[in-house]
Each structure stands twice: as structure tokens, then as C-alpha cells.
Design a protein around this ligand. Structure first.
Ligand code: NAP
Length: 203
């Protein structure tokens, strides 16, 4: 029997993308033998309808610049092109159409986001369609255990975690640093730092 292809989906708001995201994606790619990782910036994050998210085009451009040098990474603007809230179920179904049923999809995101999985749109259907990898900051492991238990044996099969010390970095912290005029050098790729400065983001 031939092995199924494995493809990663790196889902996030990426406001902005940072080194923690890149290190995590590369670590998951290697750990799970993924052929490639598709970065998919959330167009209209369903749980952030009332908050002040940077326009999708800026987040998309920064994601393209940050991932450009890795031949295993690419960026898909599919959530930017869809109207309405960006539900992961719609994204995963679109990718199943694109890659066919003989591909295992691994949705990679922060453990905090995975913790809220039970509230996601059509979650009982979604968990049957793809794997989830929760990138955990040190100290978050217990939280993921609760979610895995909630989905029983399917949860144990489908929800995985990967400890990523680099996730001490957060987009919130980066926005705060820019606002306060502090350096973000080496926390984001150089191209992203220049883009933030040029476009006057987060001030
Ligand atoms: P978030 O609530 O902004 O982030 C939660 C935590 O996870 C933050 O600490 C964040 O750190 C981290 N994180 C986010 N994306 C990450 C990634 N790819 N790798 C590592 N850490 C990451 O979550 P979000 O970014 O808006 O949403 C995450 C993904 O889940 C998106 O693709 C979103 O569309 C999806 N989602 C879907 C539904 C639904 O379908 N109903 C509901 C919620 C979320 P940083 O701030 O540093 O990134």
C-alpha cells in the first residue's frame, strides 16, 4: 500500500508573522514528515469579529515575505478570497478538493486556539477530516489534555501537540513593542520588520 501524502496547514491571524511561527512550522514539518506547509492567513477570524485586526492584505504580504526562502513553505490566500467569517471547516474542505482524499492534512496552530476547538464551526465534522497540531508554549500542556479527552478516541488519534520554546514570542508582544518604539529585530524576519516600518503598522 502506498503511503498517503501529508500536508501541513499553518493557520493563524499572523498579525504579524514572527520567528516563533516559522520555527514551529519547520519543526512540525520535520516531526510529521510533511511534504510542505501551506500558510493560510485568516481572512476574517471568526472569534475576532469585533477586534482591531490589521487588514488582511498587509498580513498576507508579510507572510509571503517571511516564508519565501523556505522551499517547503507556501502561502495560500484562500481565506482572504472568501467572504464572511473564515471557518476552518471551509478551508479544509477546499484543500481536500484540491489535494484529493489520499492526503492527510495537519492543521497547525497555537495550543491556545486548539483549546477552544469545541466551539469551532462544525467541529465534529472537522475533526474527522484533518489532524490538529497544537504548538504549546511551556506550561500549556495540561490544557490540551482536556480537549483531547473531550473528543475521546478520535481526539487521541487526531489531536497532537508539539512543545515550541520559541513561542515565548507572541504577535501581541510584537505589536506592543512597536507601539512603545522598542526593537523587534530578530523576533521577526528582516523583511517583515522593514514592511512594518514602511507601512507604519502597529503605531
Ligand atoms: P489566536 O486566538 O490569535 O491565537 C491563539 C494563540 O495561538 C496565540 O498565542 C497565538 O500566538 C498562537 N498561534 C496562532 N496561530 C499560530 C500558529 N500558526 N502557530 C503557532 N502559534 C499560533 O488564534 P488565531 O491566530 O486567530 O487562530 C488560529 C487559527 O485557528 C486560524 O487559522 C483561525 O482561522 C482558526 N480558528 C478557526 C475557528 C473556526 O473555524 N470557528 C475558530 C477559531 C480559530 P500569536 O498571536 O503569536 O500568533
Amino acid at each position: 500500500m502506498t503511503e498517503k501524502r501529508r500536508i501541513g496547514i499553518m493557520g493563524g491571524t499572523f498579525d504579524p508573522i514572527h520567528i516563533g511561527h516559522l520555527v514551529t512550522a519547520e519543526a512540525v514539518r520535520i516531526e510529521y514528515g510533511l511534504e510542505k506547509v501551506l500558510f493560510i492567513p485568516a481572512g476574517n477570524p471568526p472569534h475576532k469579529q469585533d477586534s482591531n485586526v490589521t487588514p488582511a492584505m498587509h498580513r498576507y504580504i508579510m507572510t509571503v515575505m517571511a516564508t519565501y526562502s523556505n522551499p517547503h513553505f507556501c502561502v495560500l490566500p484562500i481565506e482572504l478570497e472568501r467572504l464572511g467569517p473564515s471557518y476552518t471547516i471551509d478551508t479544509v474542505k477546499e484543500l481536500i478538493c484540491l489535494y484529493g482524499g489520499q492526503t492527510d492534512l495537519y492543521f497547525i496552530t497555537g495550543a491556545d486556539a486548539i483549546h477552544d476547538l469545541p466551539t469551532w464551526e462544525k467541529i465534529d465534522e472537522l475533526i474527522g477530516l484533518c489532524h490538529f497540531v497544537g504548538a504549546t508554549r511551556p506550561g500549556c500542556i495540561r490544557k490540551l489534555d482536556d480537549v483531547i479527552k473531550r473528543f475521546g478516541s478520535l481526539g487521541r488519534k487526531r489531536i497532537h501537540r508539539l512543545a515550541t520554546p520559541e513561542l515565548e514570542i507572541s504577535s501581541t508582544d510584537i505589536r506592543e513593542r512597536v507601539r512603545k518604539g522598542r526593537s523587534i529585530k530578530y523576533i521577526v524576519p528582516e523583511s517583515v520588520e522593514s514592511y512594518i516600518q514602511k507601512e507604519g503598522l502597529y503605531i
